[in-house]
Ligand binder design. Structure first.
Ligand SMILES: *Cc1c(COP(=O)(O)O)cnc(C)c1O
Length: 462
């Protein structure tokens, strides 16, 4: 395998090529597009062999994405740190529910949601890249709960990196808030914004444009537009295939489409599958785009599967780029039209290619609730609302073509309030949640005004 030249292109075609470290530290390409690998590397035959460790799979899959952009040994060290933070030896165990139906448990990490898998790697790799270049980095991120928690845990104590997380005051669960605010690390600032998640995202956009904040080094974000986060999600699809030993259909609970796109990537790398189903909640822009051929914006509505309350899934741009035969001009046209008009219709050839990459289904709140009750009654499984969306979609799917794997993206106890409405009891807390205890919290409450955010961040980075 050649590892010297892993390069990244922008989906909009007007930014210079970047190596892995640049794509990792920059996040978004300079032309507003998303980074994509210039070519898909091919999975080695041994990657999906039975009985391989998560680290071994990571060492098979990820070097081709990194090339020589990081110091030798960086990836192995990052994988060691990742694995050490998980409380299951398989890291992402595959659990059988019944004939042909499986759950891939992605919640055994430090914050009990799948975002740990990529965030732990990204934090270690970014730290290594910065040590090599001598730079410093300030990361800004808006969160509705899980991303912020995973980021705080992953970046705490990394001395070249400062992390600022903005969450909407009183609109994340108590567990999610405490996962962010009880970490006593001087390089982390938690801002609780008097507003909603969109206000937080607006503030982050504004802050990222503040030249003054670049005085202290690079300024970037760690949401799932970052290619490194997607790369960090590829190994568990390979691990699932290795654990199962035969091709499957993957059903992915979907918000920003980062998790599902990592799955789609594995197929381009040669993983044998029966396909990918993106399961969304009633925020169904993605399902409408794939099923009706029109991608259009609607206001997001609140659901029990809060981490999927997304109406403009950022990684959809990567799918359009790939499905258009990597036509950057066409991709730019689609997303410029969407930005301008709030809607864009796909031409038949592009729609057919999108459908060949992934199918999509929307599961409403009633079906999600019923699925939580069903999973408990039928298999004794207590599942989180996001997992329930995937399970409902998985059970709708015809299993005649082969087994189905639903991704279980969070531990039910992270969303205990919602789950207990159906089951009549609170889920047993995950060990990492129990361990939070009643440690003191650190957070700064601010108004949703750009000035308030800027002065809080300046005081922190000064
Ligand atoms: C973030 C998240 C999702 C959605 O993942 P995307 O990559 O944004 O599609 C699903 N479930 C849980 C628990 C999450 O935290």
């Amino acid at each position: 395998m050649t590892v010297s030249s892993a390069h990244y292109l922008s989906t909009r075609g007007q930014a210079p090529r970047a190596d892995f470290a640049e794509a990792l530290l920059r996040g978004m390409a300079l032309d507003g597009g998303l980074y994509m690998p210039e070519a898909w590397p091919t999975l080695s035959a041994q990657a999906t062999r039975e009985g391989r460790s998560y680290k071994a799979i990571g060492m098979d899959v990820l070097p081709a994405f990194i090339g020589d952009a990081l110091p030798a040994g960086a990836l192995a060290r990052a994988l060691d740190t990742l694995v050490a933070g998980f409380d299951h030896p398989a890291v992402t165990p595959l659990v059988q529910l019944e004939d042909g139906l499986f759950l891939l448990e992605l919640f055994h990490g430090p914050t009990a949601a799948f975002k740990d898998l990529a965030m732990q790697l990204v934090a270690s790799l970014a730290d290594e890249a910065l040590q090599a270049s001598g730079e410093r980095l300030t990361l800004l991120t808006a969160t509705s709960g899980d991303t912020g928690a995973a980021a705080v845990r992953a970046f705490a104590g990394k001395d070249r990196i400062r992390l600022v997380v903005l969450h909407p005051l009183d609109r994340v669960s108590a567990v999610q808030r405490r996962q962010m605010t009880t970490v006593q690390a001087d390089n982390v600032l938690n801002l609780a914004v008097r507003g909603d998640f969109d206000d937080c995202q607006q503030l982050v956009k504004g802050l990222l444009a503040e030249e003054a904040l670049r005085e202290h080094g690079r300024l970037s974000s760690v949401n799932s537009i970052n290619w490194a986060r997607l790369a960090g999600q590829i190994p568990y699809y390979v691990s699932a295939a290795a654990q199962l030993g035969e091709p499957a259909t993957f059903v992915v609970p979907t918000g920003n489409f980062g998790d599902a796109f990592a799955g789609v990537a594995t197929r381009h790398m040669g993983l044998e599958t029966h396909g990918f189903i993106a399961a969304v909640n009633q925020n169904d822009a993605l399902a409408r785009a794939i099923n009706n051929g029109v991608y259009s914006r609607r206001p997001a509505v609140e659901s029990g599967s809060v981490s999927m309350d997304v109406q403009a899934p950022s990684n959809f741009e990567r799918l359009v780029f790939e499905a258009s035969g990597r036509d950057a001009e066409r991709t730019r046209g689609v997303f410029e039209t969407f930005a301008r008009d709030g809607a864009v219709a796909f031409e038949p050839d592009l729609l057919a290619s999108l459908r060949a990459e992934v199918s999509a289904v929307s599961i409403d709140e009633t079906e999600t609730r019923a699925e939580i009750a069903h999973a408990h009654q039928r298999w004794g499984q207590v599942v989180c609302p996001h997992t329930a969306v995937a399970l409902a979609a998985a059970r709708r799917h015809d299993r005649a073509s082969g087994p189905v794997i639903a991704l279980s993206t969070a531990h039910a106890s992270k969303f205990g309030g919602f789950v207990s409405q159906m089951l009549g009891f609170e889920p047993e807390p995950a060990p990492v949640i129990q361990a939070l205890g009643d440690r003191p919290e650190r957070l700064t409450i601010i108004d949703k005004a750009p000035d308030a955010a800027l002065s809080a961040v300046r005081a922190f980075t000064a």
